[in-house]
Design a protein around this ligand. Structure first.
Ligand code: ARG
Length: 255
């Protein structure tokens, strides 16, 4: 009996150690990033003008910013396109160095990762078919398309205390949601201001958008909590770009 207890406690100790180490992020600190010669940016490239694909390459305002950070570090930028709702977890686990995805700062995300200084302010817009009277358009009772895991999804469309939607359809991107809007499968799409305007611009004869009137949101770059040195570099570059008016220039170039 004693032996069994001993074996059992040994198993428990091993399990505990495994959990402790398994839970640690494989931190890529500044030295590791420089050694590897690349900075890994995680994004979801269906959010123009911040990130979108052109000739099979991910480009946009956020890519321009990340390139400046890579340059500051003297390394190459590697962009990984993925589902938006996994970015925070991947950054937390060290599967990428920076999450740059027009990501709005909020408390839930702050518990998982650190945010840089804020570099853009935005708000939620609603896309509807042309001819819709936006002044009287009500979100309550509607089938609303959103990009899964975005603020438009979590804080607005999917929160019955804010909007009593008939149904919320969750898509991998607002572009996919807008495609369904054109087919009449949703009544409207909720997404951030500039991406909404961009989508409308691509579909001028079919779609229009308007400000939904909710709180302003601020975009920042996500960095793993234990990666303070990297966060300092990110902030230094962002502050310089903001001072020089470069971010506005990037927006103009991608709009
Ligand atoms: N700003 C919104 C959020 O943080 C939407 C961001 C979506 N970004 C993207 N690259 N698809 O939730």
């Amino acid at each position: 009996m004693k032996k069994l207890t001993r074996i059992l406690s040994l198993i428990m100790v091993v399990a505990l150690i495994a959990t402790l180490f398994g839970g640690c992020s494989q931190k890529r600190d500044l030295d590791k990033i420089k050694e590897s010669g690349k900075l890994i940016m995680l994004t979801n490239a269906a959010f123009p003008p911040f990130e979108y694909t052109e000739n099979n390459k991910v480009v946009g305002v956020d890519v321009d910013i990340a390139n400046e950070i890579a340059q500051e570090l003297g390394v190459k930028l590697e962009v990984q396109d993925m589902d938006f709702d996994f970015i925070v977890d991947y950054v937390k686990k060290g599967k990428g160095d920076i999450g740059v995805a027009g990501m709005s700062v909020n408390d839930e995300r702050k518990e998982q990762i650190n945010f840089s200084v804020e570099y853009i302010t935005s708000t939620q817009f609603v896309i509807v078919p042309t001819g819709t009277d936006t002044a009287s358009f009500e979100l309550d009772g509607k089938v609303i398309g959103v990009q899964e895991g975005t603020t438009g999804d979590v804080y607005y469309a999917s929160d019955p205390e804010v909007i009593k939607a008939k149904e919320v359809k969750k898509y991998k991107s607002a572009i996919d949601a807008a495609a369904d809007l054109k087919l009449g499968r949703v009544d409207c799409v909720m997404i951030d201001e500039m991406p909404a305007q961009n989508i409308v611009k691509q579909n001028e004869s079919q779609l229009i958008c308007y400000n939904a009137g909710y709180e302003p949101e601020s975009y920042a770059i996500a960095v793993a909590k234990d990666n303070t040195e990297l966060l300092n570099v990110v902030n230094k570059v962002l502050n310089r770009l903001l001072d020089e008016g470069k971010i506005d220039e990037f927006i103009v170039a991608h709009s």
